[in-house]
Structure formats: structure tokens, C-alpha cells
Design a binder for this molecule. Structure first.
Ligand SMILES: *Cc1c(COP(=O)(O)O)cnc(C)c1O
Length: 233
């Protein structure tokens, strides 16, 4: 078995155990394999092991990889999620190449994605990134501004607002890891209560996926636990 296939099995086991502990069916959590910095060959290995949803952070790298993988596997339907920071002049290729965007934090970006989404592809799935840890340096809409942004984005054409996403400050203690995830879940519940449909909580990475599943994650975004350590150039 390849290393990636073995790692996928281990991640799958972690998710299963967390689902059991949370009393949740395994089918309520989607594993997003974060392939940033890894070549198309790594994605192909993961696909051979049964993985179908992939996340990318860097636009050019992601677009090139999507094309390379599509060329190698023209008949395999994969799902591509954009999970990196978005520059407003780079929205067009995101709207044309990806199925999901997890990192919308401003109305202007959502408006551009809505205008630029090719209609034949169907609506682009959107998560709003929330600044849950409250540090000045981190991206995401503030919890205060979130309800208004959700209302505005939900009204845009060509987009489907699906839920919320967060990248909390790294935290080693497994109990403390749960705190910001619980907060994100509560923020989503409040929006649902206001009459906006949401079905997605994108939260949890390699080091905190168990805590995220315990607090209701519906997508965990896992990179290094599947593909290994990243080396940036
Ligand atoms: C890189 C990245 C991940 C995956 O992180 P790991 O710690 O490698 O699992 C998840 N989400 C986002 C937004 C990322 O940028």
C-alpha cells in the first residue's frame, strides 16, 4: 500500500472514532484532502485510494493541478475546494475551476464570484470564513459582522451559501481545541435561526480534527496527516 493510502486509512479511522464518540453517523463528515504544495501525482495516489474531494490554497498551483489531474483521469469526477486567501483580482479562475470556496470574508469577493461563475457549472458552494480567535492578524469576518454578510451573500445569484469556516489559533490541549469550534457551531446555529439555510461547518485540520468532529464539523480539511510534511519554496 502507498504511504498516502495508508495515511488516508489512519485519518479515516480517526474520523470514525470521533464520529462514534460524538454519536454521529460517519456520513455526516466529509474528508477534504488538502493537497497544497504536493504534485498532481500525490492527488492521483489519493484518488486511487478512493479519495474524491481536494483542497487547494494557491490559485495558480490549484488550477494547474486540477487540469493535470483531469487530463490523467478524464472520467473521474472530483470535487475541488478553494481554501486559501482570495485576492479580489483573482476571483475569475476560482469561479471557473472550483466547486467550493471556503474563504469568503467580504461581500465584494462574493459579488465578484457570483458575477464570474459560469452558469453552466451550477452554483458555487460558499463558506464564510470567520475570525474566531480574534487576533488582528488572522483573516475572516468578525462574529459581529457575520450575520449581515451571511444575509447579503445568501441573496446573491450563482452562489449557494453552505456554511462557516474557521482556522482557530493552534492549540495543543484537545479540550481547549473544542472551544472555538463550539463557538463556530453556535454562530452557525444563530444564522440558521434567522432563517438562512446552512448545512456546513468547515473546521478541523490534521492536529485538531477529532475536536472539530466532536463539535459538529461537517468538513474536516486535512493536509499533512495525508500527504506528509509540506516544504515551501
Ligand atoms: C493547509 C491547510 C489545511 C491543512 O492543514 P494540515 O495541518 O496540514 O492538516 C487546512 N485548512 C487550511 C485553510 C489550510 O490552509
Amino acid at each position: 500500500m502507498s504511504t498516502i493510502a495508508g495515511n488516508l486509512q489512519a485519518v479515516e479511522a480517526t474520523i470514525q472514532v470521533a464520529c462514534e464518540a460524538a454519536g454521529r453517523p460517519r456520513s455526516t463528515v466529509q474528508l477534504l484532502a488538502v493537497s497544497k504544495t504536493f504534485p498532481a501525482e500525490a492527488v492521483l495516489e489519493a484518488v486511487a485510494a478512493g479519495q474524491r474531494a481536494f483542497g487547494e490554497n494557491y490559485l495558480q498551483e490549484g488550477v494547474d493541478k486540477i487540469a493535470a489531474v483531469a487530463k490523467a483521469l478524464p472520467d473521474t469526477r472530483l470535487e475541488w475546494h478553494f481554501i486559501g486567501p482570495i485576492q479580489s483580482n483573482k476571483t475569475r479562475p476560482i469561479a471557473a475551476s472550483f466547486d467550493w470556496v471556503h474563504t469568503v470574508e467580504r461581500l465584494k469577493i462574493a459579488q465578484r464570484l457570483a458575477e464570474q461563475r459560469p452558469p453552466e457549472l451550477g452554483p458555487l458552494n460558499i463558506c464564510l470564513q470567520v475570525n474566531i480567535s480574534g487576533e488582528a492578524s488572522k483573516s475572516g469576518v468578525t462574529p459581529d459582522e457575520l450575520p449581515e454578510l451571511a444575509r447579503q451573500v445568501a441573496a446573491l445569484p450563482n452562489l449557494r451559501l453552505r456554511g462557516l469556516m474557521a482556522i482557530p489559533e493552534p492549540q495543543i490541549d484537545p479540550e481547549l481545541q473544542r472551544v472555538p469550534f463550539a463557538r463556530l457551531r453556535e454562530l452557525a446555529q444563530a444564522i440558521v435561526k434567522s432563517g438562512i439555510h446552512l448545512d456546513t461547518l468547515s473546521m478541523g485540520m490534521s492536529s485538531d480534527m477529532r475536536a472539530a468532529v466532536l463539535e459538529g464539523a461537517s468538513i474536516v480539511r486535512v493536509g499533512s496527516a495525508i500527504f506528509g510534511a509540506r516544504h515551501y519554496e
